[in-house]
Design a protein around this ligand. Sequence first.
Ligand SMILES: NC(=O)c1ccc[n+]([C@@H]2O[C@H](COP(=O)([O-])OP(=O)(O)OC[C@H]3O[C@@H](n4cnc5c(N)ncnc54)[C@H](O)[C@@H]3O)[C@@H](O)[C@H]2O)c1
Length: 422
Amino acid sequence: MAKLRSDVTDLKFAADGKKRIVWADRDMPVLALIRARFEKQKPLRGLRMGCCMHVTSETANLMRTLTAGGATVALCASNPLSTQDDVAASLVRDFGVPVFARRGESVKVFYDHLNAVIDTRPHITMDDGADLVNTLHTQRQADAGNILASMEETTTGVVRLRAMAAHGLLKFPVIAVNDAKTKHLFDNRYGTGQSTLDGVVRATDTLLAGKRVVIGGYGWCGRGVAMRARGAGAIVTITEVDPLKALEAVMDGFDVRPMIEAAEFGEVFITVTGNKHVLRAEHFRKMRDGTVLCNSGHFDVEIDIPALAKMSKKVVKGVRRHVDEYQISLGKRIYLLAEGRLVNLSAATGHPASVMDMSFATQALAAEWAKKRGRQLTPGVHEVPTEIEDVVAKLKLKAMNVSIDRLTKEQAAYLASSGEGT
Ligand SMILES: NC(=O)c1ccc[n+]([C@@H]2O[C@H](COP(=O)([O-])OP(=O)(O)OC[C@H]3O[C@@H](n4cnc5c(N)ncnc54)[C@H](O)[C@@H]3O)[C@@H](O)[C@H]2O)c1
């Protein structure tokens, strides 16, 4: 593909996008503080950054922050269905950020866009799912030498990168932003929890109260979805493969059982495991007429869609926006939301800005930290330094007007000693 300045659906959407970017910014006070400091100090001056993220209003505010810090930034989408076209247009028109993302783009265009970002020869990449890093290690190896470091936003990306590192394949340092407490404790849990249900409700208009909701996976995201589904009155069942997580779900008061059993009574199924084929033919066979399936894990492989299509007599696309009907037999229809892609970003607008404030503040500070270290960082997966986590947590509390106690000198000394008391 020829090098492009930008490739977005239509610049005429920019005015709406700008309004939404500014609206999200109101709820991103920590990122705004970092942006104000970056404006003055320009810590990212001279840096080219290539980002592959969900193109949302919150991401736009991260791009503004990196640019304010002096970086030259190019952005493509980390999922073909999550792009907010108005935001993409505004980033290009109002904020001068080259964007390569069109909502609903084909797989080929998705990869053309990834390559367009790599064509800008970034020093630092920022991924949500490790697609840039993967492309740099497979098809664009000549460009991998430029990379000082990469940032990774999500669990699935970190899992992929750790697998590459374990096989000695990772050629440059990657910072596991997902693993920072300021990210997964809040974004994965509260962000995915709320926005996944938002996606389900926007797509179906279903009443959650009294509904039998089955959640595949009780990790950070699964806990959030389960907590919010219960809050909305749903009767929640959890499926797990990890005995500790399963035990935690039981003690949190959820029904826990294998998917094959849950398949018989579940009305809404939500997968959020980062694994493949969590819902498959043996489960579809047991499901009732009208069952709704969706996924909030990173890739569209958690539901075995080819198997669902194969066992269907007919598939009616778009019976309603974001809903496809799979007719298994006369009287048995299964509804798939958002083509099995992240339902919170495809059928709703993703995580609320307030929670992305912390994830993206961590991203911006981690990028600054990586630039300062330059070539000192060794290839491999690195943790976000605790100082960064502390700064983000303190600033967020301050922005929320929440004060906390400080250790007295006596308490600090007590904790540093071997302790006493009966
Ligand atoms: N929708 C979003 O906006 C969003 C946000 C953050 C993360 N994610 C993605 O969500 C997925 C989960 O992330 P997480 O942070 O919760 O990960 P996690 O590792 O904390 O949790 C995943 C859980 O799934 C369980 N699991 C694995 N295979 C299973 C199976 N076959 N059946 C049942 N359970 C199974 C694991 O035991 C684990 O407890 C990842 O793909 C991640 O990238 C999505």
